[in-house]
Design a protein around this ligand. Structure first.
Ligand code: NAI
Length: 464
């Protein structure tokens, strides 16, 4: 098969942007065009100052600066980019359905279908279609059916190539992935398509890290990986509550079990609960698929991971209210962090949103500081829940760009994201400006509990 010279990627989001930037960086001989319907997003990717690109990831602006204009392009000309490419990545969003059957559980595949129809309409030459988005197992079948019924003689091969990057370390993960997974048809044409994509990655990834499977294994592996990762968080979080009652320390328990090589040390931090656009959506999707095959026990088993996570978020909020003498009405609570984890500006499904919502129901006033998230996004996140009017959210929640101002005159601080800078604040100064007793609820176990207790804070950490 001919080597690939032109790639198009549909969707310039948290996955499409960084993955394509790294492919372009590592494959100067391939022209990579990332397209999106969202004009504002494309304009931001094209901002002359690469510090203003729409996705914040350590090291990303440098990669974009290196490749953009050379062999990396961002555009809204979707048809043109599709027509010119030999390989098309689909990286559009696949959110949980908010309507109709499967509402709140199934993945909404309307954006995927729109892409497939657009590709079918525009293509005049043979193409390899790569599913980069996370999709329910057997989606490739639907994509194939749409593409193969165009009647214009164009040949399509569908590959599944799920993305395993973690936000916050996307560039690092893309430069040195644990593995690349490529699923395709077992036919000769399918195997050739797989080989063409392997060749792209082989420009920087050792070939023994490039795994190939059939389509369905690849699609299902991504859902499985996220389910296992989220399960570890819910498992340690479940134990954190028991630690709090028994005098055990969840960090000590995590270290003790993590040294067992069968368990491993990573991803065992207790917290206020996982967030991000993927874990919840992908598990709900897995649960939905299992139920649709009548596998009730399988579905219930994985659903418990979500139930535990919701419980962890809720009990964090409840603990704040209880500790503050059973009322937070009219009290100022300062949130440090809003992003779902450190080193990203992504707030989707962030625990902070749900904890804030609970506290607002108790009539708290909330101030928020996050180093990478601004006021518009924070108000958007709260309004999206539709618990109260936008005017009320604006009245009750104030976003401040200085952490010391944020905490001034607060009854309590809630640390919602594990940003490194929180460790090095002048905590004495923060304490001096708070209402006493000064409470601190550390949802990420980032601060030095002893040091802050010595200053005078009443510190609550998770699982201790
Ligand atoms: P995103 O929402 O940041 O980006 C998706 C982009 O696709 C948006 O900019 C949207 O305007 C664009 N889009 C939608 N329909 C389009 C169309 N028909 N034509 C052109 N553009 C269109 O989503 P994100 O986070 O990049 O996720 C994409 C997929 O990757 C999802 O399936 C997600 O599950 C998966 N994924 C996400 C990871 C993450 O860390 N965010 C990691 C691994 C997989």
């Amino acid at each position: 098969s001919k080597p690939i010279t032109k790639i198009c990627c549909i969707g310039a989001g948290y996955v499409g942007g960084p993955t394509m930037a790294v492919i372009a960086q590592k494959c100067p001989h391939i022209q990579v065009t990332v397209v999106d319907l969202n004009q504002a997003r494309i304009s931001a990717w094209n901002d002359p100052d690469t510090n203003n690109i729409p996705v914040y990831e350590p090291g990303l602006s440098e990669v974009v600066a290196e490749a953009r204009g050379r062999n990396l392009f961002f555009s809204t000309e979707v048809d043109e980019a599709i027509a010119g490419a030999e390989m098309i990545f689909i990286s559009v969003n696949t959110p949980t359905k908010t309507y109709g059957s499967g509402k709140g559980m199934a993945a909404d595949l309307k954006y995927i279908e729109l892409c497939a129809r657009q590709i079918a309409r525009v293509s005049k030459t043979d193409k390899i279609i790569v599913e980069k988005s996370t999709l329910p197992v057997r989606t490739a079948e639907a994509v194939k059916s749409i593409l193969q019924n165009t009647g214009n003689g164009v040949q399509f091969q569908i590959l599944s190539n799920p993305e395993f990057l973690a936000e916050g370390t996307a560039v690092e993960d893309l430069h040195a992935p644990d593995r690349i997974l490529i699923g395709g048809d077992t036919t000769e044409e399918g195997q050739q398509a797989i080989a063409a994509l392997v060749e792209v990655y082989a420009n920087w990834v050792p070939t023994d890290r490039i795994l190939t499977t059939n389509l369905w294994s690849s699609e299902l592996s991504k859902l499985t990986a996220n389910a296992f990762l989220a399960q570890r968080v819910s498992s340690i979080n479940a134990l954190s509550e028991l630690c709090e009652r028994t005098g055990a320390d969840v960090s000590e328990v995590a270290r003790s079990i993590g040294t067992d090589s069968r368990i491993g040390p990573k991803f065992l931090n207790a917290s206020v609960g996982f967030g991000g656009s993927c874990f919840q959506k992908d598990i709900l999707n897995l649960v939905y698929i299992a139920r649709s095959y009548g596998l009730q026990q399988v579905a219930d088993y994985w659903e418990q991971v979500i139930i535990m996570n919701d419980h962890q978020k809720r009990r964090f909020a409840t603990n704040i209210v209880r500790t503050l003498y059973n009322t937070v009405s009219g009290k100022k609570i300062a949130f440090l962090g809003w992003a779902f984890k450190k080193d990203t500006n992504d707030t989707r499904e962030s625990a902070a949103i749900y904890v804030a919502d609970d506290l607002l129901n108790e009539q708290a006033n909330i101030t928020v500081y996050d180093p990478k998230v601004g006021e518009a996004q924070i108000q958007y996140d709260l309004n999206y829940l539709a618990t109260r009017s936008a005017e009320q959210n604006k009245e009750l929640v104030t976003v401040i760009t200085d952490p010391y101002e944020t905490c001034k005159d607060a009854h309590a601080i809630a640390i919602m994201t594990e940003w490194d800078e929180f460790k090095t604040y002048d905590w004495q100064r923060i304490y001096d400006n708070m209402i006493k007793p000064a409470f601190l609820f550390d949802g990420r176990n980032v601060v030095d509990k002893k040091k802050l207790t010595d200053i005078g804070f009443k510190v609550y950490t998770i699982g201790k």
